[in-house]
Write a protein that binds this ligand. Structure first.
Ligand code: CP
Length: 309
């Protein structure tokens, strides 16, 4: 049995460096196979259930594409109102039911800790596809894969995480995952949306240098990788506060004149207005390549946790 066989994927800080390397190498192998036109049957006879109780385009579709590319089958709940959760069924009972149908479960849910609760309810591997403002570990693995492909390395990079660092689960997971490497961080956010202190402390305890600012221009000048994020409207209780902060950072093409020549711009997507479309044809604008990288990374995760890699 492999290292990650039968494991859940709940948080980005659950992985050892060896496990991260295994995931990246497995993804690289599957990506090359698909690019070469190979038809894979690694997951033949296996069924993936995707349960999405919050909206998604990339995560759900790339997990489903990954399973189909590996020769497996998919059953899905694409929105809470189309499942019996709308009739009051508990997450525990939903998961106990789905384990009778599927070999592996991918869950997105609005509550922090929901994926852990689901994992405790079943012997099937559960992969966290985003639990509220908590974590999004499979996103951070595809982000890491993207940085490696775009920059050719991770060690030595200065990485700016920008936007809604308080509520953005992608930046929580990415900061913790990248703490396995010799990087330095610039956390760029307005005061009200700063990175949670426990994540800053955990990153610093791992020996990573962290600076914080609310100045996007500094990040553009200093960083090798600029990771933009959306202000997470759905996490605000006060709409006036959202309106005050929603335009905090908007990246425009003209602002990139002082960026390094091999500058990489990432975004987990969806974007609202935080990257203007005139940035899209910049050679460093990697966000659509980044979303495509979700397929090989999720192929690797599905095959590894089911012991089929
Ligand atoms: N990056 C991401 O999680 O996108 P979706 O919300 O579309 O899945």
């Amino acid at each position: 049995m492999g290292k990650l066989s039968s494991k859940d994927v709940l948080r980005s800080d659950q992985f050892s460096k060896d496990e991260i390397t295994l995931i990246l190498e497995t993804a690289r192998r599957y990506e090359a196979a698909v690019d070469a036109g190979e038809v894979l049957d690694v997951m033949k006879g296996k069924v993936l259930s995707t349960l999405f109780f919050e909206p998604s385009t990339r995560t759900r579709l790339s997990f489903e594409t990954a399973m189909l590319r590996l020769g497996g089958g998919v059953i899905t709940v694409a929105e809470a109102r189309s499942s019996s959760a709308a009739k009051g069924e508990s997450l525990h009972d939903t998961i106990k039911t789905v384990e009778g149908y599927a070999d592996v479960i991918v869950l997105r849910h609005p509550q922090i800790g929901a994926a852990k609760e689901a994992a405790e309810a079943t012997h099937r591997p559960v992969l966290n596809a985003g639990d509220g403002a908590g974590q999004h570990p499979t996103q951070s693995l595809l982000d890491l894969y993207t940085i490696l492909k775009e920059q050719g390395k991770v060690d030595g990079l200065r990485i700016a995480l920008t936007g809604d660092l308080k509520n953005g689960r992608t930046v929580h997971s990415l900061a913790l995952l990248l703490s396995n490497y010799d990087v330095s961080f610039l956390f760029v956010a307005p005061d009200a949306l700063k990175m949670p202190r426990e994540i800053v402390e955990q990153v610093k305890a791992a020996g990573v240098d962290v600076a914080e600012t609310d100045d996007l221009a500094t990040a553009i000048r200093e960083a090798d990788v600029l990771y933009m994020t959306r202000i997470q409207k759905e996490r605000f209780e006060d709409t006036a506060e959202y309106d005050r902060l929603k335009d905090a950072f908007i990246l425009r093409r003209a602002m990139l004149s002082e960026a390094k020549s091999n500058f990489t711009i990432m975004h987990p997507l969806p974007r609202v207005n935080e990257i203007e479309t005139d940035v899209d044809d910049h050679s460093g604008a990697a966000y659509f390549r980044q979303s495509a990288n979700g397929v090989p990374i999720r192929m690797a995760l599905l095959a590894l946790v089911t012991g089929r890699a």
